[in-house]
Design a protein around this ligand. Sequence first.
Ligand SMILES: [Zn+2]
Length: 453
Amino acid sequence: MRIPDKVVASVFEPLWDRYEGSLRLKTLTKLNDSQWQSPAAYAEHQNELLRRVITHAVATCPFYQERFTAAGIDPAKVSSIADLAGLPLLTKADVRENQSRLISSRYEKSQLVLAKTGGSTGISLEIFCDRQGVEMRQAAALRADEWSGWRLGQPMAAIWGNPPVPRTFRNRMRKLLKDRIIYLDTMRIDSAAIDNFLGEWEATRPGLLYGHAHSIFILCEALRDRGLTLNPTGIVATSMMLIESERRVIEEVCGIKVTNRYGCEEVSLISCECEEHRGMHLNADHNIIEFLRDDGTPCAPGEDGRIVVTELINFGMPMIRYEVGDRGVPSDRTCACGRGMPLMEHVTGRVADFLVATDGARVAGISIIENTLTKLPGIVQMQAVQEEPRLVKVNVVRGDSYGADTEQGLRQSMKGFLGQDVEIQIEQVSQIPQESSGKYRFTICRLKDQATK
Ligand SMILES: [Zn+2]
């Protein structure tokens, strides 16, 4: 028997939060109110949180104590992000080399939640966040999900790599009562997987279609070729650049607009389109987002620059002026929806082709990276290039703990994804550069007829 969506939203979701002692839905209620405040009220709110987080960071994280002292910045005299212009950006190398010195002495590492991330640039990092920060991050994601037309309580369909299998009683209950999610595993998309997904779709009737932008496109393209449609109430495309031509295919097959969302695991959600779909609203409740020229000065509206985020809600491992690695364009337009958070126009981030397994199944490049980079020790950054059906070159930037085990693990994983008789050539490189457009290309498929898919 199907539990009505409204019962899930009004009974099981709040009960689950109470059981877990979580701030998630309380924060969602606050965020649903705060989004209508004026831009000036937002700025004031951000400045207050900024002062709190930097005071905390300088008092409890040796890394920031040194950084602020060296830059000659007194936290007590900071009133807005402009006062931090002289503070060097927090780079991925800083995070990797100073992990313990970035963690606040107010927390035990064991109290914090670890996110191992492939990051926006394919560089592996370990980021910790305190529990309240995680719950607030979840609330911001839920608010953005609701902008797509999905409503809390409706089931979801995720186009994602490695669907989790609930093993504990707690997680099985959670799946049954509230997280009613079906998956299309992007580690293996073929007709049988799509048939199975469509069967589950019929039985579950998801409200939200959610996943990597390019993977949603691959699904919708296959459905279009079969003359089929889907009927979600919202579509959230995330984690990758949403290409305009791909967006059109998704919208044709689903009959509704795609909600483009941008974020990375290291900090809270960065920005998301509202129902107007004209630019993305910055998550000004939880982040201060700067767009910087190469000389470090702020971009003018409409000018492309480096995206730098100061997260206002992670006190476990504060992220202050973190350089995400993507580029974006700030905007001074106001949105017709009436929300007070500023807009950004456009983001240039990661792209990743699907690779093709020897049996013809397609494997999402982004999932390949997530399943190797974050799981094997010692890989700093990587890129996989399928030169021929049975030849994949993997460019690897090695870290200190890279060893024979890493290399063997990488080879085995790649063969497991693509086929045992695929030759894997691993090459050591010093870096994997951004393309001139600003894109990071995680995987490249050079097979004819597949390169654009
Ligand atoms: Zn809007």
